[in-house]
Design a protein around this ligand. Structure first.
Ligand code: ATP
Ligand code: MG
Length: 299
């Protein structure tokens, strides 16, 4: 249920980073013009610099079920279409290598972007990004699809929106390998983004899981790409969830209460994205998602 891309239609360029059992490269995808034939003449291998820019996510050599889960993600992303969801061109199988071919998003992951640009990013900017993310997740919710890996690292910046009179534009990336085929360690690693009920079950049964992750991601945005616990040891992370710990919230009153609505250990108590989006759109939430305002831990 995804487009199969031929090996010779892609060119691999520089290494961009590593993900969960993946290696990511920049690359090019040949765009076929009308009348192009599969077995056309000579220049099948188009030269580098031509074609459209893409990202190649190459799965590490792995077990069959992992590859299957990787394809399922590609299939999920191929079924959806939303301006704030990254576009997946398809999958290419090259020998034993499985490659997801995805739209290249110019300004990279949001966490890195926020750390770099924190001096220029305004509360209004963050508010717009939050709204765009909520709209993508609300769209998935109407289709009863769960993303399962919402975090600032998986939000890509397509337009900076830092220049006067411009607005940011983000795209939520693919979720990668499904939770159920990851090891328990890998799931613990994802605390605090992973919903507490998913750590043990390893399954993503409903969109409630994304609502928790959305809350943590908002917090991450408020804190300019940092979130408590993210670099703690696994045992500490695990203990935090076992003790139903609460993450420190930003000081902006409306937003803090909003984040805490998402960050409840009881999945049914989390608000739907439909509600979230409506409240964000109606401006019931104060756009003052301000970073500099975080109060020191009092009481
Ligand atoms: P995970 O499933 O854990 O998210 P992943 O395979 O998606 O793993 P990431 O860690 O999300 O890998 O991405 C690795 C790096 O690749 C990012 O930090 C970013 O620099 C780059 N990257 C990923 N996707 C894109 C994209 N669509 N456009 C531009 N850069 C990207
Ligand atoms: Mg990713």
């Amino acid at each position: 249920r995804f487009h199969q891309i031929k090996d010779r239609e892609i060119v691999q360029e520089q290494h961009l980073g590593r993900g969960t059992r993946t290696n990511i490269y920049a690359g090019r995808l040949r765009v076929r013009s009308r009348g192009d034939d599969d077995d056309d003449e000579c220049n099948n291998n188009f030269s580098a610099g031509k074609g459209i820019r893409v990202v190649l996510k190459i799965l590490e050599q792995s077990h069959k079920d992992i590859a299957l889960a990787f394809f399922e993600t590609a299939s999920l992303m191929s079924q959806v279409s939303h301006s704030h969801l990254v576009f997946v061109h398809g999958v290419s199988v090259k020998g034993s290598e499985n490659i997801m071919v995805e739209e290249f998003v110019e300004f990279g992951p949001l966490d890195v972007f926020l750390r770099k640009e924190k001096a220029s990013v305004t509360p209004q900017w963050k508010f717009i990004v939050a709204k765009q993310l909520a709209s993508a997740l609300s769209y998935l919710e109407t289709k009863q699809l769960v993303h399962g890996n919402v975090c600032a690292k998986n939000i890509l910046v397509a337009r900076r929106g830092l220049e006067l009179g411009t607005t940011p534009f983000i795209k939520l990336s693919d979720p990668g390998i499904a939770l159920n085929v990851l090891s328990r360690e890998e799931r613990l690693e994802r605390i605090p983004w992973i919903a507490p009920e998913c750590v043990d079950s390893g399954t993503l049964s409903d969109t409630k899981a994304d609502q928790w992750s959305f809350g943590v991601t908002l917090l991450e945005i408020c804190n300019n790409g940092d979130v408590p616990l993210s670099s703690s040891a696994l045992a500490k992370k695990e203990r935090f969830y076992q003790q139903k710990g609460r993450l420190a919230e930003p000081s902006s009153q409306e937003l803090a209460s909003f984040i805490s609505m998402c960050l409840t250990y009881e999945p049914v108590e989390r608000p739907s994205f439909r509600t979230v989006l409506r409240e964000l759109t109606e401006g019931m939430i104060d756009p003052a998602i301000s970073p500099g305002e975080t109060l020191p831990d009092s009481d």
